[in-house]
Design a protein around this ligand. Structure first.
Ligand SMILES: *Cc1c(COP(=O)(O)O)cnc(C)c1O
Length: 652
């Protein structure tokens, strides 16, 4: 491990795993800032710190969600390129034609961007509800693009899909529940027109991972094999079998293990073949979502990772489907995937500021200057001073057993100090001094550990001393709500890469975790990407007086925004869409202002004007009573009115 003097940006890149999860979009520059290459390795880079400063100059305060539309486009390109390569490699006689599941990120500018960028591949959308269907029908007008209609469907949903065909759209109504076929038949009779029909099969293949229950006999969606057969016969009887065009399955989100997908593909491939034998024209096989993201860069079949690449995935889909169809002489289908997470995760970066740092050390990361010894100090305090001197005086690095001994002494004296305080022999300032000395001992010991701040490498370190670094950890107060901006970290222990976006040429000397603005003890970020397994503390820098400390949360572009809630009435953050400008630098394409306090109050049916009016009346009464000066009343009302117009987060 490098010493503080030799710390380089390469050390930071390794420490935060940037090379493992950040490629090809995020890296570091010589100034120790995170840079973003929105077009991957095709050139163009933005200094994230300068970008945030530029946005602040446009009156966009932190926390700020920065969406890089170029990344979104690059992800689409990579997905299509992977399938094109696989199709060429395996001599697949069909095409790939994907859709984006709108539920992954329904934000207008995001879906519009995807619809626009995806046009050249006839890229479509997947909807799981009537509102999402409305988005899909209105934003994609390419007659060749697929609009996959999933989710529970009532008569109106189905009729809407059928009628939309007359607009030149291509909605596919996927039968997910056994009773939906009757509704489709009824709607078709009524309207004298049929939809494109799909069937979602409930596969019995094994599954793993958090969403493993999306498949198997107990899955919420999909038809069991007897139901598939009954549906085919019902469609045949109603004269609609010629409209059965698509077989769909969905293994669950974030498939960690490629073997799970292979099993599912084989089973679905055989069902597809059987459906053609039953007389359905078919033509499309929709392999659902689930294409995973390697959040921790470990390349393993663990929750925050995947044991395959995008190319492996495409290869397996293409090769397996071909292997199923060929022996039966069945024409291979157009391959559809509903990859959401894989398309939308990378493109948004959440940047938030740290408001302060708590813990046993000061926010500067030190125990502070120890006041000189006074005459007549109690014995415990003198003992602690001696212990500290013993640790710091030796020039050579003391061996760990001596450090351990010194720490045992310090802890004993601290306990003595507490006992003396309880019995009235120690004043409050003396107790404070004893605690300060104890943490100064700890600080001095940690600085002398072979492993430095993290205590994660080097020689054998006694467990007590390892725990010491954790005891000195700081709580970094983050200007954000986890429940709004990173709900999956709380709900399902999702890991997102988190790291400072500047000072990366400096060795981080502290360990810490983040506490958010809510009054909820779950409102914290305390799981970080580690080597092999998640770690509870992240290496961070001591705060510097008057200087901001900015943290980036990466790979959160999928699901976080819509799953986020209004806990403590913290609303959406400011969001911006950034594009590389043709002449270098960047342009701000869209600004989406975060919720104001007035908006979140209205969401709970309050009337901001009425709330203000009540307080105005209370102020007036206080003025009449002589309890409030007119100038103070005005200041109070100004603050309230300004707050209503501002976002819900702390302002600088
Ligand atoms: C959620 C969902 C998806 C998207 O899954 P990702 O893992 O984000 O790719 C696709 N299809 C269906 C049916 C879904 O429910």
């Amino acid at each position: 491990m490098a010493s503080a003097a030799r710390w380089s940006i390469a050390d930071s890149a390794a420490l935060y795993g940037l090379e493992r999860w950040g490629e090809p979009y995020f890296s570091l520059n010589a100034r120790g800032h995170v840079i973003v290459q929105p077009r991957g390795d095709r050139g163009g880079a933005l200094d994230l710190v300068e970008l945030v400063q530029g946005l602040q100059g446009r009156n966009l305060s932190l926390p700020l969600l920065i969406r890089f539309d170029d990344i979104l486009e690059d992800r689409l390109e990579r997905l299509h390129a992977a399938f094109e390569r696989a199709i060429a490699q395996y001599g697949y006689a069909g095409r790939y034609q994907g859709v984006f599941p709108v539920k992954c990120n329904q934000q207008r500018h995001v879906v519009e961007q995807l619809a626009e960028s995806g046009r050249r591949w006839h890229f479509g959308l997947e909807a799981g509800s009537k509102a999402e269907l409305l988005i899909a029908l209105s934003l994609v007008d390419d007659p060749e693009a697929l609009l996959i209609c999933n989710g529970y469907k009532d008569q109106r949903y189905i009729e809407t899909a059928i009628l939309a065909r007359r607009l030149g759209r291509q909605p596919v109504v996927v039968i997910e529940q056994a009773d939906e076929v009757e509704r489709i038949i009824r709607a078709s009779r009524e309207l004298g027109a049929a939809p494109f029909i799909g069937i979602r099969a409930k596969l019995s293949s094994r599954s793993t991972g958090r969403w493993g229950s999306s498949v198997g006999e107990k899955a919420k969606f999909g038809l069991a094999i007897p139901e598939v057969l009954a549906t085919v016969e019902a469609l045949r009887a109603a004269g609609l079998l010629a409209d059965l065009r698509l077989l769909h399955f969905h293994v669950g989100s974030q498939i960690n293990d490629i073997a799970v997908l292979k099993d599912a593909l084989q089973e679905a491939g055989q069902i597809y073949v059987e459906l053609t034998k039953l007389g359905a024209p078919m033509g499309f096989l929709d392999v659902g979502g689930g294409l995973g993201i390697d959040y921790d860069g470990s390349r393993t079949a663990t929750a925050a990772s995947t044991n395959y690449s995008l190319q492996n995935y495409a290869n397996d889909v293409v090769a397996t489907v071909r292997e199923c169809c060929e022996p039966h002489g069945v024409t291979v289908p157009t391959l559809v995937s509903e990859s959401g997470r894989a398309i939308a995760s990378h493109f948004s970066v959440l940047v938030f500021d740290v408001l302060g740092c708590g813990g046993v050390l000061g926010s500067d990361g030190t125990a502070g200057a120890i006041p000189p010894a006074a005459d007549g100090e109690p014995l415990v305090v003198r003992n602690l001073r001696d212990t500290l001197a013993g640790i710091t005086s030796s020039d050579n690095r003391p061996d760990t057993s001596r450090l351990q001994e010194a720490w045992n002494d310090a802890i004993k004296f601290k306990d003595d100090a507490l006992a003396a305080f309880r019995l009235g022999y120690l004043s409050l300032p003396q107790r404070a001094l004893a605690e300060q000395l104890t943490w100064a001992c700890a600080e001095a010991i940690v600085a002398r550990l072979p492993a430095g701040a993290g205590g994660s490498s080097g020689g054998p370190i006694p467990d007590d001393l390892r725990a010491l670094a954790a005891a000195l950890a700081g709580t970094y107060y983050a200007n954000l709500s986890v429940f709004r901006s990173a709900p999956d970290t709380w709900a399902i222990e999702q890991l997102f890469p988190l790291m400072p976006i500047h000072r990366l040429d400096e060795q981080p000397t502290r360990l810490g975790h983040f506490a958010d603005l809510t009054c909820d003890s779950d409102g914290k970020l305390a799981r970080f990407i580690g080597d092999g397994q998640a770690k509870p503390l992240l290496e961070l820098h001591a705060l510097r007086e008057g200087e901001p400390y900015w943290i980036g949360m990466f790979l959160g572009g999928a699901y976080q925004e819509v799953m986020g809630n209004l806990h403590n009435l913290f609303g959406s953050t400011n969001a911006v869409h950034i594009r590389l400008a043709p002449g270098g630098g960047y342009q701000v394409d869209h600004v989406v202002r975060g919720n104001t306090n007035a908006q979140v109050l209205e969401a709970m049916e309050h009337q901001p004007e009425l709330l203000l009016e009540r307080l105005r009346m209370a102020s007036e009464a206080a003025i009449q009573r002589g309890d409030l000066k007119i100038s103070d009343a005005r200041r109070l009302m100004d603050h309230l009115e300004t707050s209503l117009r501002q976002t819900t987060y702390l302002q600088e």
